[in-house]
Design a protein around this ligand. Sequence first.
Ligand SMILES: *Cc1c(COP(=O)(O)O)cnc(C)c1O
Length: 427
Amino acid sequence: MNDGTLPPSLPNGTPVWWRNPDVLPVDAAMARSSLDGEMVKEAEDAWEWYGPLLAQLFPETRADGGRNRSDLRELPRIAGMIGLKRGRLLAKCDYALQTTGSIKARGGVFEVLTHAVDIAREAGLVEDGDDLSKLATPEAKAFFARHRLLVGSTGNLGYSVGLAGCRLGFDVEVHMSHDAKQWKKDRLTALGACVVEHGSDFSQAVCAAREAADRQADSHFVDDERSITLFMGYAAAARELADQLEEAGIPVDADHPLHVYLPCGVGGAPGGVTFGLKRVFGDAVRCIYVEPVASPCMLVQLALGTDRPVSVYDFGLDNRTIADGLAVAQASQLVARETRHMVEGIATVSDESLLVWLTHMWRLEKMRLEPSAASGFAALVEFGGEIEVPDSDREITRVIWTTGGAYQPETEFAVALARGNDLISSM
Ligand SMILES: *Cc1c(COP(=O)(O)O)cnc(C)c1O
């Protein structure tokens, strides 16, 4: 039973592992969700249909037939370094997604393409089943230019929506929170997007963008807190992972449970992926969210077991973290509601541990992560022993979702690496 209390050390900024007392067997969890699992299949089919258009907009994806996919990579050296005795360790490499270099491409690019196809269909420019590459022509661009896209972001969602939107021809307006890194803003301005800077946090930037969209005709707001399209774009990643595991000959069943570590900001990306994974693997998968010690918004929301929105500020936390993609004080109510009975638990991690793991992953694997994207490793190392207790006699396959970073500027990365190196040598 959920007694509605928080882990006692949470407000001290100490890392914690919180096991979710509300997690249910998959059938019961699905029955309590208001979302239909079939919507995930529809999103998978939509991604297939969008392929030729994606290939036009992002030539990098042509070699893979216009698919927005990332590698699944086994990490034997890291497994050895952290002393894993049994099972496997793999990384899902969304940090290098060819479209926009972060997991936000799954949600953000999907919603932009879906909206573009919807309005083009209403205008009679395309019909069901058409080859959508015709939406990448100058005529289509002129049509999209009469429409505006708005989004609120800490950085990566804005970039994904901005890049896909600008390439289609949309007029794009991105509302950024104070956490957003300058280079993320500059990159959007260079694309031709209008960047509106807010001195406030993510939730307020989203609110401002939502209000601006309400005032304007022919505008569409990509709502990171409430969009089901965004959620389903993320959920479609589950099939991709399932296919990759199968191809690699890695079984997932009661004797070979799958543990997936998902960095969590507002919740859309980890929540969508969790929903998709539960649909594919049922009780054989356990999904673990990871949040910064200063921004455990989903932890407070789920641990208090309430339907009323709660904020980390109410518990003496300041939402200040180097993990800009995870700097969110208040969770998506949609995601809290829909995944409340699906998520296994939530770990929180320190900023220092993110820098340490960003550095290890570069030194050993040449993976160029941003701090948020290193959080799954920090959580596994800190709490794996406790997290894995229910499966301690089984062959666990651990997948760490590395969510962003490949496109960060060299200078930015060098600063994080230098800090990580210092921390490692002082350990
Ligand atoms: C946005 C983001 C996340 C978390 O996704 P949410 O939908 O905000 O929970 C994780 N990692 C990176 C790099 C991100 O940009």
